[in-house]
Design a binder for this molecule. Structure first.
Ligand SMILES: Nc1ncnc2c1ncn2[C@@H]1O[C@H](COP(=O)(O)OP(=O)(O)OP(=O)(O)O)[C@@H](O)[C@H]1O
Ligand SMILES: CC(C)(CO)[C@@H](O)C(=O)[O-]
Ligand code: BAL
Length: 276
């Protein structure tokens, strides 16, 4: 296990990337790494001969009232995880490196960009897709792994790659959970212990919804909604059943149940597959 090379400038990144063998995989993160990120890195390692990890808290995807300033930043421990997962190169730029000037041209995520997460976080997905496109150009990977925990992000990144003919394969990775079901998330670090206990209701609600799948869409939403209400999670931004591509839910077959709720000041999201 050796500490990976860390680069912070575009010039150093370009030089370092040139020396990395193909196939090359990239894992994009905002740092505060946990076992979910480790799984993305492991999947990347299994696919590629070299792995690049990016750590960048992207200001463009945060609204003015959101948690950019309080987003957890744990660079030293992130490097330990990167070393343990055999990462070759870490790109950890500052905002002025990624955005030498405020970008006037940004990626338009299309209609899905204003739904679900986008309905609450205006401009979020334009910010996400713009930085993902830039990081893809800067690292030129053959593969990029993305977590299903951020399901709408995964769907939109895939759509961008398809619509813009970007030469990379997007590889999804299943959500890694705590033993009690809570989806791992960097923001879980901000939960105090009663909130941590309350937060498990998200995954419990989704599990109850999924178990009701054969009784139809209404039963799924009712079962999930009941758990949220019973557990006192009332600050819910959405609880929705959609198709796997996040179009309206089908009458039968595969679907996706998604939830977002606030636990104290911390906003958490989760989702599961459902068979209707
Ligand atoms: N529990 C998880 N299981 C699998 N992948 C995950 C998990 N959590 C995050 N990821 C993935 O890691 C990548 C980087 O995500 P990010 O750095 O925002 O971490 P995060 O834990 O999702 O943070 P946040 O809590 O701020 O959403 C994304 O592709 C995301 O989907
Ligand atoms: C993909 C990403 C690294 C872009 O900033 C971010 O949205 C995240 O961590 O999921
Ligand atoms: N994991 C998605 C990044 C964000 O919440 O801004």
């Amino acid at each position: 296990m050796s500490t990976p090379k860390v680069v912070r400038s575009r010039a150093d990144l370009a030089t370092a990337v040139e020396g990395l063998p193909r196939p090359r995989a990239v894992v994009m993160t905002m740092g505060a790494l946990h076992d979910g990120h480790a799984m993305l890195l492991r999947r990347a390692r299994s696919l590629a001969d070299s792995v690049v990890l990016t750590i960048f808290v992207n200001p463009l995807q945060f609204g003015p009232a959101e948690d950019f300033d309080t987003y957890p930043r744990t660079f030293d421990s992130d490097l330990g995880i990167a070393a343990a997962e055999d990462v070759d190169l870490v790109f950890a730029p500052t905002p002025d490196v990624v955005y030498p000037s405020q970008p006037r041209v940004r990626i338009d995520p299309g209609p899905l960009g204003s739904e679900l997460e986008g309905a609450v976080r205006e401009g979020h997905f334009s910010g996400v897709l713009t930085v993902v496109a830039k990081l893809l150009h800067l690292t030129e990977p053959d593969f990029a792994t993305f977590g299903e925990k951020d399901y709408q992000q995964l769907v939109l990144v895939r759509q961008m790659v398809k619509d813009l003919d970007l030469p990379v394969e997007i590889v999804p990775v299943e959500t890694v959970r705590e033993q009690d079901g809570l989806a791992l998330s960097s923001r879980n670090r901000n939960l105090k212990s009663p909130q941590r206990r309350a937060a498990v209701a998200l995954s419990q609600a989704l599990a109850a919804g999924a178990a009701a799948g054969k009784n139809g869409a209404e039963a799924v939403l009712e079962a999930a909604g009941k758990v949220l209400a019973d557990e006192g999670l009332v600050d819910v931004d959405y609880l929705e059943l959609r198709s796997p591509e996040l179009e309206p839910a089908p009458e039968s077959g595969p679907a996706r149940l998604l939830v977002a709720a606030r636990v104290g000041k911390t906003r958490l999201i989760d989702n599961v597959p459902v068979e209707l």
